[in-house]
Structure formats: structure tokens, C-alpha cells
Write a protein that binds this ligand. Structure first.
Ligand code: ATP
Length: 354
């Protein structure tokens, strides 16, 4: 069973820069929590603080209620895979993984069975006898992941553990990792800058920006209701513009290029205020140009077939960049570049940020 990890008020300063600036985390037993954010936002430093590889300038860390802030890494009862995989150079892949099981004093037959299973999980059955220097970066990363999983630590810290892999095997390993984490009920803290990966694998995502927690939520919550401009821009594609709120016949609207779009009245929106407006490409539909006074009228500039969906870049008068519209491909089959279209966006699909 996984451990509960709590961190309160973590701070870490390097020189004059706050790498981690007041971070709180709370991962429930068996929960998969991702730290997501752009390069330099403090994800790795947060993870290193939890691991005990760095000492926080302020804040406390507890694991299952035990304060481990001053406890060395090896006595925190956690497993980790960091960006330098630190395999034992004198042990082959098999022995690297078996080491973690022997430490747990499992019987020999059990060790053999588990190593074979883990080698299969990371697709390295054929590389069992190779030493780290005979393995590619991606293979070393997979051995490190298998070794960490072998120990079945109640708390597993992973820093971009799939980053060195090709897309296809990355997706496969991501699924395997999630399956094992669920089966073993491990608590995982997972660092990634890849929002699609975080969405696919996590129970909850902690969005970080410049050393601070920006928003915490399930993948769906973050996608449907990004609380900040930053989260709206970082997670999924959005059409975003700085614009102004204006009342038209008592109804709030925003300017979009030369057009106006009605918005829902879901917050304080003083007329004349400058806001960031954002909507998802899939929220829009194409409507009959004739009866769509409040739609964006434009011309299709680009049609990108993406399999199940097709993305349109639509050029709208007065707007600096094209708006993106995602349609189910079957509904877009008849469209052609250069064609005039009217894009309708439901008022409550437009999110407004101060
Ligand atoms: P990445 O995805 O690029 O690893 P990150 O979100 O994990 O980014 P951190 O590695 O935690 O970010 O770094 C946060 C900030 O702290 C960055 O500005 C980085 O330059 C700085 N930093 C990190 N480690 C050190 C260090 N040992 N010495 C000085 N500055 C550091």
C-alpha cells in the first residue's frame, strides 16, 4: 500500500533565484500525482526536496505522518528514478533489477520470476545480460524504472522517466507503469513537462509556474476549468486573445478581431476591462453563415487531417492570428481551403481571465 506524502511551504533558493517558492503538496496513498510545468518551473527541485537530495530552506515534508525533512534519502523509504539513471555499472540489466529484490530477501525462484516479469514490462527481455555501458540511454532508463518498481516502494519519485524513449514505446510503457502502479497501489510523484503525458497517466496534476503551484486538479478538471491564464495556455490547445468586455444591449460580449462574441455572465466583468479570453478548438461548430450574427466569419486558411479530428485554421478579419477549430473528421470531409465559414462558439465555452 502506498504512503501519504505531504509537503508544506517548501522553499529552495539558488543564488538570488527561488527555484521552489512556497510549494504545498498532498498525495494520498496509491495516488498518481504529476508535477507539470515548463522547463525551470521547479519540478525537479521539488522532487529532489521530497527525495532528500536537497535540503529545503523552509517547509516540512512528512511521509505517512512522519516528519522526514531531516532524514537522509536512504531512510525515507522511497524509490526514485532521476534523470541520471545511476545504474550499478558493474551489474548487468538482470542483476541491476534483481538487486532490489535481493535486498528485500525474496526467495531465489521468486527473484527470477519477478525479474523476468519486470524485464518484460520494460521490453528488455533480450538485453538482460548487457551492462549499462552496452545499453542506449532509453534502455538504461527502462532498467532504472524496472529496478525502482522491483523494490515496490510505498512512495516512488519519477523525474521524466520516459523522456529518452521513442513515441511508440513511451506510450506503451506509460500504460504499463500506470497498470503496475494501480496493481501495487504505489503512491507516485511524477515530473513531466509533457501535458499530454500528465493528462494520460495522472490521478491529479499539480501545475507549476515559476516555483509556485498554479493549479491542482484531476486531468479533466484542469482541461475543462483551467483556473488561470497560465493553466489555460499550458494544457491542451486554446484560442486565446487579450480583449475587452463590452455590454451590448445589457449582455456582456468580447471583441474578437472585428467581430463580437457573446459570453456567459459567470464572474465580475466590468465593461471596458481588459481580459484574456480563451476557448477550446473543439468547442466551436460551423454554422450556416446566414443565421449566425454572433459567429466569427472567416476563411479557411489551412486544413490539417489528424485522424479522428480535422483542425481548421480560420482567418478572421481584424484578428492577428487564425483561430483553430477542431471538427470530427467525417464532418469536415467536404471542406476546402479558401472557403468562407461561420464559426460559432457557445458563450459558456469562452473562459475569461482577468
Ligand atoms: P526542467 O524540466 O528543465 O528540469 P524544472 O521545472 O525541473 O525544469 P528545476 O530543475 O527544478 O526546474 O529548476 C528550477 C530553477 O532552479 C531553474 O531556474 C534552475 O536553473 C534553478 N536550479 C536548479 N538546480 C540548481 C542548482 N543546483 N544550482 C543553481 N540553480 C539551480
Amino acid at each position: 500500500m502506498g504512503a501519504r506524502l505531504q509537503a508544506v511551504g517548501l522553499e529552495k533558493e539558488y543564488g538570488a533565484a527561488m527555484a521552489v517558492d512556497g510549494v504545498d503538496l498532498d498525495a494520498r496513498p496509491g495516488e498518481f500525482v504529476s508535477l507539470l510545468g515548463p522547463s525551470g518551473c521547479g519540478k525537479t527541485t521539488s522532487l529532489r526536496l521530497i527525495a532528500g537530495l536537497e535540503r529545503p530552506d523552509a517547509g516540512r515534508i512528512t511521509i505517512d505522518g512522519r516528519d522526514v525533512t531531516d532524514v537522509p534519502p536512504q531512510r525515507r523509504g522511497l524509490g526514485m528514478v532521476f534523470q541520471q539513471y545511476a545504474l550499478f555499472p558493474n551489474l548487468n540489466a538482470y542483476e541491476n533489477i534483481a538487486f532490489a529484490l535481493r535486498v528485500r530477501r525474496l526467495p531465489k525462484a521468486e527473484v527470477e520470476r519477478r525479474v523476468a516479469e519486470l524485464l518484460a514490462v520494460v521490453h528488455l527481455e533480450d538485453a538482460a545480460g548487457r551492462y549499462p555501458h552496452q545499453l542506449s540511454g532509453g534502455m538504461q532508463q527502462r532498467v532504472a524504472l524496472a529496478r525502482a518498481l522491483a523494490a515496490e516502494p510505498p512512495l516512488l519519485l519519477l523525474d521524466e522517466p520516459l523522456s529518452a524513449l521513442d513515441a511508440a514505446i513511451r506510450d506503451e510503457l506509460r500504460t504499463e507503469l500506470r497498470r503496475l502502479q494501480r496493481a501495487l497501489e504505489l503512491t507516485v510523484i511524477y515530473v513531466t513537462h509533457d501535458q499530454a503525458e500528465a493528462m494520460a497517466i495522472s490521478d491529479r496534476i499539480v501545475v507549476m509556474e515559476r516555483g509556485k503551484v498554479n493549479q491542482v486538479g484531476s486531468p479533466q478538471e484542469l482541461y475543462d476549468r483551467p483556473a488561470t491564464r497560465f493553466a489555460a495556455g499550458f494544457i491542451g490547445a486554446s484560442n486565446r486573445r487579450l480583449t475587452t468586455v463590452e455590454l451590448v444591449a445589457g449582455h456582456p460580449t468580447i471583441r474578437w478581431g472585428d467581430a463580437r462574441l457573446p459570453i456567459a455572465r459567470n464572474g465580475p466583468l466590468p465593461p471596458g476591462s481588459t481580459v484574456m479570453a480563451a476557448w477550446r478548438p473543439e468547442a466551436a461548430t460551423l454554422t450556416d453563415a446566414g443565421n449566425a450574427a454572433s459567429a466569427l466569419h472567416g476563411r479557411i486558411e489551412l486544413i490539417t487531417f489528424l485522424g479522428p479530428i480535422t483542425r481548421l485554421d480560420v482567418r478572421v478579419p481584424g484578428d492577428d492570428e487564425p483561430v483553430l477549430v477542431d471538427l470530427v473528421s467525417t464532418a469536415a470531409a467536404h471542406l476546402q481551403t479558401g472557403q468562407s465559414v461561420a464559426v460559432s462558439i457557445p458563450p459558456d465555452a469562452i473562459r475569461i481571465y482577468a
